[in-house]
Design a binder for this molecule. Structure first.
Ligand code: M6R
Length: 615
């Protein structure tokens, strides 16, 4: 939430800042602003409510002086509405200092009262402006922006990434972070700061991950890092493994359309190097290899779509490795006093690796003796650095706010974990493992086939553009898929949508069915050994009898659903645990197409931000 970019180098800050903000806009799009210090040491700023383009238009009409030092911000509003005045940067010291903030300063009220008593005048309703005036106050004492920042963070409670510039110290940007992301881009005669590497990847792929409670000072030729006590600190350098083109639309109508099209590739890349000759090799787990042998319980913690991926993993891990798996929303987990010990493996799942609820749950789990394995899609992110081990999904950058390709990559990573645990625990034979590996390897072309064959989804979505409510039913692995289908429709098309376990229907939700109610049903394979297929076909008949319009997603050749469904979308055959994953792309496409038919922005849905870095 909130995108942050900082730059020192040549005289083209405005271009770098706007480019960085364009790539970070998925983090928030309520307002945007920049501040630049020119070659003469004068600070100018501009900020506007609305999407980044509003600021870009404003700057085109009324340019500010460009210069070698600057900071930029794109906001997801927390304290104070999305207005020009509440947009960042916030100015202090008579307009000589500018500051931007991502996070929430929980003790802003007493600090503001203290500053007001000192005669400081506030111009916004934000918590962030407090930090600007505090850094200004400390700068007046120290004449050193790094030290002023250090003294300021000692006063703050909550989560923050702060960047500040001061006209009296041109050529310097100072950043600080606690529980909010910040990475450095290492250039040649220029350096960058960003909420994530997307901010600067078109200039450099060399990056430094700034650790928790650290302060970084960038100049054109140097980067120095200290901790909040002022001691020199290490920051780990890494190479960004994707280039700027991966985060471009590349001819697609939206990032969402592009990212759905990349679902097969996301799965393939997540499997790459981890499956060989019918076996699993997860070098990622080496840091916890010893303790993994002892695991007697798995708890998956995640939020939103990532939590639904966790549910997929529950079915696979329990069936294959015979170890109990609980799946819990990260924000509920740490407040219920969970029972944890050294034999508990906590698996956190996060595309961004920055979700505050998940990060806090990870810290809690480790503090209480559990080992934490993270499944993450973002290099240099906080959650993997706070974990004992990490399996990176290689879905590539996900720019659209709603998660799509990462969901499948997360599911596949959990399936790999399940097979790895089954190997360790001897719960599957090598032939059984090889059979599942073959199924996973066959998934990308089948996903591609599903996407290629999904023209009917577009027609259906256009036909349903006025629909007010859609229900999604699934059983077993189809249940988390139903939840994901419903979430995607809510967030993209702003339509009431609910996902249910099909067996739960008769326990209450069937009361929602009235003539014309649209219901998607993910139909289990007729080959499923649990005989769920006839039960779900019965569920379809029950809702049809009450007037529902049923869209079944069923495997090729399943004729039993035909008499009872209004539409049937076909998916290729796969094993019962894996086949429901093939229903994901049609549901993602349906939500996207329906939102498009309603004229909505599928990449930046209202009220949302991709990376939720506040609790
Ligand atoms: O970055 P994360 O995977 O931790 O994000 C978790 C959720 O915030 C995220 O999946 C969210 O539910 C998306 N809006 C789903 O499309």
């Amino acid at each position: 939430m909130c995108g942050i970019v900082g730059y020192v180098g040549s005289a083209r800050s405005t271009e770098v800042l706007l480019g960085g903000l364009r790539r970070l806009e998925y983090r928030g799009y309520d307002s945007a602003g920049i501040a630049v210090i020119d070659a003469d040491g004068a600070l100018s700023s501009a900020k506007k409510a609305g999407k980044l383009q509003v600021l870009a238009d404003e700057l085109a009409e009324h340019p500010i002086a460009d210069g070698p030092t600057g900071i930029g911000h794109t906001r997801w509003a927390t304290h104070g509405g999305p207005t020009d005045g509440n947009a960042h940067p916030h100015l202090a010291d008579g307009g000589r200092l500018a500051l931007i903030h991502n996070g929430i300063i929980e003790n802003f009220a007493p600090l503001k009262a203290e500053l007001l008593a000192e005669g400081v005048e506030f111009t916004s309703e934000t918590d962030s402006e407090v930090a600007a005036h505090l850094v200004a106050r400390e700068f007046r004492q120290t004449h050193d922006l790094t030290e002023a920042m250090r003294r300021t963070v000692a006063l703050l409670e909550g989560a923050f990434t702060l960047l500040a510039v001061h006209a009296d110290q041109p050529g310097v940007v100072v950043g600080a972070r606690r529980n909010s992301p910040l990475v450095v881009g290492l250039g040649d005669g220029e350096n960058f700061l960003g909420s994530d590497v997307a901010a600067f990847v078109s200039y450099t792929q060399r990056a430094l991950a700034i650790g928790q409670d650290q302060i970084v000072t960038i100049r054109p030729d140097s980067v120095s890092v200290i901790d909040f006590d002022g001691n020199p600190a290490d920051a780990s350098e890494f190479e960004v493994n994707w280039d700027a083109s991966a985060a471009e639309k590349g001819g697609w109508s939206s990032f969402m359309a592009k990212e759905i099209s990349e679902e097969p590739e996301a799965v393939q890349k997540t499997l790459l190097g981890r499956v060989h000759d019918g076996a699993i090799t997860l070098h990622d787990l080496e840091p916890i290899a010893d303790r993994l042998q002892q695991v007697d319980r798995v708890i998956v913690i995640a939020c939103g779509t990532a939590a639904y991926a966790g549910l997929l993993g529950k079915y696979a891990i329990e069936q294959w490795a015979r170890v109990p798996v609980e799946v819990e929303l990260a924000h509920e987990f740490r407040y219920r006093d969970p029972v944890l010990d050294g034999r508990t493996l906590v698996v956190s799942i996060s595309q961004s690796g920055e979700t505050m609820d998940t990060l806090m749950a990870v810290k809690y789990a480790r503090e209480h003796g559990a080992q934490v394995l993270s499944i993450c899609n973002t290099q240099g992110a906080t959650i993997p650095r706070e974990s004992d081990a990490v399996i990176y999904t290689h879905a590539g950058p996900e720019v659209a706010v709603a998660s799509t390709k990462a969901f499948l990559a997360q599911g596949v990573a959990l399936y790999l974990l399940g097979l790895h645990l089954a190997t360790l625990r001897g719960t599957l034979s090598s032939e059984e493992i090889a059979a599942q590996v073959a199924e996973l390897e066959a998934l990308p072309p089948k996903l591609q086939q599903t996407i290629d064959d999904a023209a009917d989804v577009t027609t259906l979505a256009r036909w349903m553009a006025d629909t007010r409510s859609v229900l999604f039913l699934g059983r077993h692995v189809g249940y988390p898929i139903a939840l994901e289908g419903a979430l995607k429709l809510k967030e993209l098309a702003y339509i009431h949508a609910e996902g249910f376990a099909a067996g739960e229907l008769k326990h209450g939700p069937i009361a929602l069915i009235e003539p014309g109610q649209i219901v998607f049903v993910i139909v289990p394979s007729p080959r499923d050994p649990r005989s769920l297929h006839p039960k779900v076909v019965s569920n379809i008949q029950e809702i049809r009898a009450r007037g529902a319009r049923v869209i079944a997603i069923a495997e090729e050749g399943d004729a039993a659903v035909l008499p009872f469904a209004d539409e049937v979308l076909r998916i290729p055959l796969a094993s019962p645990l894996i086949e429901p994953l093939l229903a994901v792309a049609p549901l993602h496409m349906f939500a996207m197409e329906l939102a498009t038919a309603k004229g909505l922005d599928v990449d930046q849905p209202r009220n949302l931000a991709k990376s939720v870095t506040v609790e």
